[in-house]
Design a protein around this ligand. Structure first.
Ligand code: ATP
Ligand code: MG
Length: 322
């Protein structure tokens, strides 16, 4: 059976880093069928719609999607695509690699970020000239779904980020739901106040392995961790749903370097490795990660990592290692 993989490169360096990631998947010879589709600022300009219906439908029906990045229209593209696959968790590993300059070389952790609600529901209102409000949505069902995933992912235990001492109702519900599932499954958890956690992550990231977070906290804390490991060019992510997923580098369109052929393709290639894990090709995923690590250790490097190689040089080196 050959899986269908939607390929949505998007804008900016998305168009430069996604093709190498597709080449890597292709090189594994698993018979994947790649189907390309458009989204982002360029299609918006051409058609008036940043997310054409064909693209949405393709992502909603493909076995998995490899996504690049989109510019100004990001919220109008990636949020609906996360919904299209019913994504309830955003998996964000942050790992420092040997040979890459990192603020905290001992960092090796994974954030499991709630991906469907919280403050990102978009429920905002302007009440008066002086007052605006935001409604935060936390449900027991979404929190439990995240917790079930976390228990499968980290049976040895995980940290739960929260601020239930202030947001008693919403984070209180989140904490109760997550701890309830973990208790039932016999998985150990430790609580961490998200503000203190931000400091501890800076000082002693090696003390954390898996951190389960509400949506906004996960967004902020995972970017903080990106800073600890040496930059956006290395960080992959997975938007996981019950049956499908959208896999994308954490970085954006990088307009400052777009079109120059020097974007680091490693984050996109590592996102492809997460896609392989999701589809059940764990051994292939490990091979891809090993190849990337070998190149990071002593292969060509793009300028963000202090080298002078281009995207294509790094991509070719990864394929060689494979
Ligand atoms: P966007 O609004 O699309 O997120 P941005 O201006 O925030 O665009 P990012 O893509 O988030 O840009 O990147 C932030 C910085 O990190 C930029 O200076 C960019 O060049 C650099 N950067 C991001 N990704 C990469 C990459 N893959 N390779 C090299 N540098 C990168
Ligand atoms: Mg950005």
């Amino acid at each position: 059976m050959s899986e269908e993989i939607a390929v949505v490169a998007g804008d900016g360096i998305g168009r430069e880093v996604v093709p190498p990631a597709v080449d890597v998947l292709d090189a594994l010879d698993r018979g994947f069928e790649f189907v390309e589709a458009d989204a982002g600022d360029a299609v918006l300009e051409a058609t008036g719609d940043p997310l054409p219906e064909e693209t949405y439908d393709l992502v909603a029906s493909a076995d998995a999607t490899l996504f690049g990045s989109v510019g100004e229209s990001a919220a109008d593209v990636i949020l609906p695509l996360r919904e299209a696959v019913d994504s309830f968790v955003n998996v964000r590993p942050a790992k420092a690699y040997p040979g890459v300059d990192a603020l905290r070389p001992e960092t090796d952790l994974v954030f499991l970020r709630e991906n469907s609600e919280g403050v990102y529901k978009g429920i905002e209102s302007k009440l008066t000239a002086d007052v605006s409000t935001l409604t935060r949505v936390v449900t027991t069902s979404a929190s439990e779904r995240l917790a079930e995933y976390a228990c499968d992912y980290a049976p040895e235990g995980f940290t739960v980020a929260h601020k239930a001492n202030v947001m008693r109702e919403t984070d209180g519900r989140f904490l109760d739901a997550v701890e309830g599932v973990a208790d039932e499954r016999g998985v150990e958890t430790e609580r961490a106040l998200m503000d203190a956690l931000a400091m501890h992550l800076c000082l002693r990231p090696e003390e954390y392995d898996v951190v389960v977070c509400p949506n906004l906290a996960g967004d902020v804390l995972s970017d903080l961790a990106a800073g600890l490991v040496g930059g956006l060019g290395l960080l992959p992510s997975a938007n996981v749903g019950p049956e499908r997923g959208v896999f994308e580098p954490v970085h954006g369109t990088a307009p400052d370097i777009a079109g120059e052929g020097v974007a680091n393709p490693c984050a996109a290639i590592l996102s492809a490795a997460m896609l392989l894990d999701f589809l059940g090709y764990g051994a292939d995923a490990d091979r891809v990660r090993d190849a990337v690590e070998a190149v990071l250790e002593d292969g060509p490097r793009t300028p963000d990592l202090g080298g002078d190689a281009g995207t294509d040089d790094v991509a070719a080196a990864v394929l060689d290692e494979l």
